[in-house]
Write a protein that binds this ligand. Sequence first.
Ligand code: ADE
Length: 286
Amino acid sequence: MFIDIVSVFPEYFRSLDLGLFGKAIERGLVEVRTHNLRDWTHDVHHSVDDTPVGGGAGMVMKPEVWAECLDDLLDLAPRGMTGGTSGSKNTKNAGDASAPAIPRAEDPEHGVDPDPKDTDSPILIFPNPSAPLFTQHDATELSQAKRLVFGCGRYEGYDARIPTYYASQGIDVHEYSIGDYVLNGGEVAVSVMLEAITRLVPGFMGNPESIVEESYTGGDALLEYHQYTKPAVWRGLAVPDVLISGDHGKVDRFRRDEALARTSELRPDLVERLDCCTLSKQDRRT
Ligand code: ADE
């Protein structure tokens, strides 16, 4: 999977070198290139924002700068007219000559296809507190993509015409909120989405089984049951007896009941979304 991240603070993404993500980069499973949006500016101040049309507080990110950057990354601009080639200065593992070439939109084999199911087409993603909520379902879908391009907004956000324009050019564009709160910029939101997406890329997790029974996962997308490890009794608190009974059928039933009970209590909205066929007769007793 090829990932481009555009931000005015590309240093935010240094942490991607850590842990499982870092290992995935080392193994060539994911390739991340971070770009500083200011590399596509032409003025001495490298300004990326301007006052909002119609008035109001704060600043809005300018469409021209974003367009020069995204045209470059998506290879939409005519050859010879692209600016900001220095954007690759901040690439993470792009300097590796052995790294596979990034599929380009103009490549006949990887051309922009309006069909989002074409996993070779780049997908452009903007975090935005006013967008639909990013879910595990979105993470699962996006984990099948070959190329993701993230644009991190700052200030009061980015000019609304940017996503509209790229969608009109046949690019699959998504805007997502990661929760009902406002952050200072899109960097943290992109980190969250990136982790949720890439851990679902086949080969990313050491043990693929560990993502099978997680919260929000699978056909019924319930919250996960509680997990325990040894010792069986710790500071006077015992793990449920059934978990040390050795009866796998009973353990499975106990966990399923707990997942149903927790979801009903904490996230009734998830239970309401279940269709009638997802719950068995035994589930309904819970
Ligand atoms: N940018 C600022 N707040 C955000 C949020 N909650 N989700 C996504 N992007 C954001």
